[in-house]
Design a protein around this ligand. Structure first.
Ligand code: CP
Length: 309
């Protein structure tokens, strides 16, 4: 398959291959716990273009670091100063980039389906990688989330995984649920108010149980995933009060006591302290949020290695 557009298009074996490949690239000194990445020139003479129409720190920078660790050249397209601002269509921008023959094009866009549209225009000689599109998909985030969970829990069998917060606007939640289902995880839970859930109630299928109450939803969880309130995607009618949200759905140490004592806490970032997660939880030893970032570079090295021809 030439492109990485969403988790649904990957087979279970392809997912496992990416996770295994990532292990080749991350080196942890057992004495100091210091992490480094295994550098090579395996992608020498390859060009990776970053085309980000929405803000990003983790995804854009980690794709750049991943590409450079493998010896590729990276071009960060400055969308704000590109011909997009002069009215160039997405199709014409894609054709223009195609004429420069990138080996990989990483795309983030606020609208669902833009990476897929660009992949159809650009063809099979460029690996189009979805760096997050609208509320639709964020496949490399899901891969690094599962990779991080497996570093702590060894197997997904019998794990209770609970996702809290703004699921309605979350491409992260959609891709995470998709990958967990592909890997046969059977105990997936969501805790959110009705207005932050997609309709219908069984939208995510029978593997996913929905809760309104945080304490009962999080009870005995092995893995807790917090989501940011994605205000940039909310219609005005949906805007919630931050304080009210934190009281009802914020992850505090007190609430985390209801999960298992060895539960880990994930968050895709950027975190909004004391809105969806307390500072105490974010900075606690149970939080693996910065480990997710570290692992994200290795996952993106794996993805570039496997998808660039
Ligand atoms: N998780 C994530 O996609 O973060 P960025 O928006 O910083 O890339």
């Amino acid at each position: 398959m030439p492109h990485l557009l969403d988790i649904e298009k990957l087979s279970q074996q392809e997912i496992l291959n990416i996770l295994t490949k990532a292990d080749e690239f991350i080196i942890r000194d057992p004495q100091t716990n210091k992490v480094s990445y295994k550098k090579s020139d395996s992608l020498k003479n390859k060009n990776v273009y970053n085309l980000f129409f929405e803000p990003s720190t983790r995804t854009r920078v980690s794709f750049e670091a991943a590409a450079k660790n493998l010896g590729a050249s990276v071009i960060n397209i400055d969308v704000a100063n590109s011909s997009v601002k002069k009215g160039e269509s997405l199709k014409d921008t894609s054709l223009t980039l195609k004429a420069m023959h990138p080996d990989a094009l990483i795309i983030r866009h606020s609208e669902n389906g833009v990476p897929e549209f660009i992949s159809e225009v650009i063809g099979e000689n460029t690996a189009v990688i979805n760096g997050g599109d609208g509320i639709n998909a964020h496949p490399t985030q899901a891969l690094l989330d599962v990779y991080t969970i497996l570093k702590h829990k060894k197997s997904l069998d019998n794990l209770k995984i609970t996702i809290i917060g703004d699921v309605l606007h979350s491409r992260v939640a959609r891709s995470l649920i998709a990958i967990l289902k592909k890997l046969n995880c059977k105990d997936i839970h969501i805790v959110a108010p009705e207005i932050l859930l997609p309709a219908p109630a069984n939208y995510f299928g029978k593997e996913v149980r929905i809760h309104k109450d945080l304490k009962s939803g999080i009870a005995k969880s092995d893995v807790v995933v917090c989501l940011r309130l994605q205000r940039e995607r909310m219609q005005h009618a949906l805007i919630l009060d931050d304080k009210d949200f934190f009281i009802k759905y914020g992850l505090t140490m007190e609430i985390l006591q209801h999960a298992k004592p060895d539960a880990i806490v994930l968050h895709p970032g950027p975190i909004n302290r004391n809105i969806e997660i307390s500072s105490e939880v974010a900075d606690s030893s149970q939080a693996v949020i910065l480990e997710q970032v570290t692992n994200g570079v290795a996952i993106r090295m794996a993805v570039l290695s496997l998808f660039i021809k």
